[in-house]
Design a protein. Structure first.
Length: 338
């Protein structure tokens, strides 16, 4: 029987967790004759009761596993950790707020079993209910990155997808520190079928993605999967060198014909400010790529675990193993622990 591992990143989701488990359990019950499930909840350094609720779910239902980070490492790290600990021959990534409908899972599983695909991914056909400024910026981001990157990133794509083990292993091969999963999924290739659905409001709680975080995340995607900004810096340097040469020629000619070398200082100041701004912009672009390289070279782990369900099970088993060792090495006396 197949086994599906569901990776659920969580950050301060105490309100959404019980609702998600209830809805997900309905889907699991409908598919229990076809597949086994494991739910891997990843606590991304939450400050509310998220971690405690995960532990309660684990003790209530053995299919619920949990990983708890030592601090907030971000959703990308949570996805990577979940995939590393997934034991199924299929793995899915899903948000806990039910904006990724669990009801799509049976159809996604059927497609992978019956059709020649390695992954079934989802995208939103509409952004109904989302702030207009956020929808506009998201749309423009996809337009820009698809023009400057060789890796195709589908507009409106969600992280919600079901993958077979071959694709999961390929994604895990990309162990980079600066992660952008939408780009990674596209870069590794494999045949992917897309399912569309209308935007769904959160079941509970508030979104953790404001405009600032989305902007930073978009920079991760651009710098991670395109070197065009570096080329733009080079092109701008060539352009301004050419313009400066033409301006020197124009100034020499004007001075020889009309004299008056003092005139035109306001335009000169504007030009200096403009060129200085372009230089700082190019330096900033180089700095972004250099910062990414610096973080990769340090080779720090993508995440650090504080606790996990596997660790809890190991600790629960420890007294039994200690008793066995005491029986073996107790100098002929059987030692009993209370």
């Amino acid at each position: 029987m197949d086994k599906i591992s569901i990776i659920i990143p969580c950050f301060n989701e105490e309100e959404a967790l019980p609702i998600y488990y209830t809805e997900m359990k309905k889907v699991i019950d409908t598919m229990k004759k076809q597949t086994d499930f494991e739910l891997i909840f990843v606590d991304d350094g939450s400050s509310d009761r998220t971690y405690k609720i995960m532990k309660e779910l684990h003790r209530k239902d053995g299919r619920c596993q949990y990983l708890s980070f030592s601090r907030n490492f971000g959703k990308e790290a949570a996805i990577y950790a979940g995939l590393q600990n997934a034991g199924g021959n299929y793995a899915a990534i899903m948000d806990v707020d039910l904006q990724d409908p669990p009801s799509l899972l049976p159809e996604m599983y059927r497609i992978l079993k019956e059709e020649p695909y390695d992954s079934v991914a989802t995208r939103r056909s509409t952004r109904k209910g989302e702030p207009k400024i956020r929808s506009f910026l998201s749309k423009e981001f996809y337009n820009v990155i698809n023009k400057i990157s060789k890796t195709e990133i589908v507009s409106g794509a969600r992280d919600y997808r079901l993958m077979n083990r071959k694709m999961v292993d390929a994604v895990l091969e990309m162990s980079e520190y600066n992660r952008f999963s939408k780009g990674i999924f596209g870069w590794v290739g494999f045949r992917t079928k897309w399912l569309e659905y209308e935007n769904i409001e959160r079941s509970a709680g508030e979104t953790k993605w404001n405009v600032k975080k989305l902007f930073i995340y978009s920079l991760e995607g651009i710098t991670g999967f395109s070197v065009v900004p570096l080329s733009i810096a080079s092109y701008m340097g060539v352009l301004f060198c050419g313009l400066s040469f033409l301006m020197i020629v124009a100034i020499v000619v004007r001075t020889l014909i009309w004299g008056d070398p003092v005139a035109g200082w306001p335009s000169l100041v504007c030009i200096l400010f403009g060129v200085g701004g372009v230089q700082l912009l190019c330096t900033g672009i180089l700095g972004q790529y250099l910062a990414k390289t610096y973080l990769e070279v340090k080779n720090r782990p993508v995440y650090l675990l504080k606790d996990s369900s596997k660790e809890e099970q190991r600790i629960m088993m420890m007294p039994l193993s200690q008793n066995m060792r005491r029986k073996s090495y107790g100098k002929g006396k059987e030692v009993h622990s209370v």
